[in-house]
Ligand binder design. Structure first.
Ligand code: SAH
Length: 253
């Protein structure tokens, strides 16, 4: 019998945002790999082995999962959100590219999930309603110069920006520096959305402006959406405003 590997997106946290396809793959797996807090979200099942790991060992985790699949087991490797967005999907591809030929012959599936920027956007309206791009602010795997260049290029071209990994204990200043950089291209009134732990019990969503964005606390569980010059608010009685980016127009480009 040949083994297989499913690289599964769990979505941002709410169980209702797990796709039926992902749920079926998790139920069928003999072994589960993943960052421990993500594995904790998967309901326990008799006869299933769990291999939790910490956040830093992505490539090793991918290799272990591939080894077990190559030994004939049905393996699932989980990611928060979508596995292809700043997550395990690319680590698996990298491990296969560098690994033994046998891994290329394996049955491997990537099962998509709701990525954080879509969940955060859905909480406030349609900030990603027109052209946008996604950027990780983590300079662990690329240089800060590259990040600044991409922020400049994206903001000056009129893209809305979804900022993943905005801040961590080891990277305390990057988000403030990014806002400073973006203020060179965008008005102070540009809407900024902070979505923290969306879909989980401790969810918090805040709408601010680029001018006052430094005053809002963000952490590792926060995704930040910075509007373009076209992004605007629609006021509503007794409800939070809608944030949206119109589908037409060339503002900011
Ligand atoms: N693969 C994941 C992203 C991993 S990078 C996905 O597709 O969503 C980790 C970053 O994702 C965090 O630093 C944060 O910016 C964002 N993130 C993940 N889950 C989130 C959630 N529930 N709410 C807000 N942001 C989240």
């Amino acid at each position: 019998m040949s083994g297989r590997l499913a690289v599964v997106g769990l979505g941002p946290g709410d169980a209702r945002w797990l796709t039926p396809e992902a749920e079926a793959a998790l139920a069928a797996a003999e072994a589960l790999f993943g960052y421990a807090p993500y594995l904790d979200r998967v309901p326990p099942r008799a006869g299933q082995r769990r291999h939790p790991s910490d956040n830093r060992q992505e490539i090793d985790r991918a290799r272990e999962a591939l080894h077990l699949a190559a030994a004939g087991r049905n393996v699932a490797l989980v990611s928060g959100g979508d596995p292809g967005v700043f997550a395990m999907g690319a680590a698996v591809c990298e491990a296969i590219e560098q690994g033994p030929d046998a891994w290329r012959a394996l049955d491997i599936r990537f099962l998509p999930g709701v990525t954080a920027m879509l969940a955060v956007a859905a909480r406030v309206g349609a900030p990603l309603g027109h052209d946008f791009c996604a950027l990780s602010l983590s300079d662990n795997l690329k240089s800060w110069e590259t990040i600044e260049r991409r922020l400049d290029a994206a903001a000056s071209a009129g893209f809305v920006l979804a900022l993943y990994n905005p801040i961590s204990r080891a990277r305390p200043w990057q988000l403030g520096k990014a806002f400073e950089q973006l203020r060179r291209h965008l008005p102070a009134a540009t809407p900024v959305v902070f979505g923290r732990a969306v879909g989980r019990a401790d969810e918090r969503v805040m709408i601010a402006t680029l001018g006052e964005a430094d005053r809002i606390a963000a952490d590792m569980a926060t995704l930040v959406i910075v509007g373009s010059a076209a992004t605007r608010l629609v006021a509503r009685p007794d409800r939070a405003p809608l944030v949206y980016t119109p589908r037409t127009g060339d503002a900011g480009s």
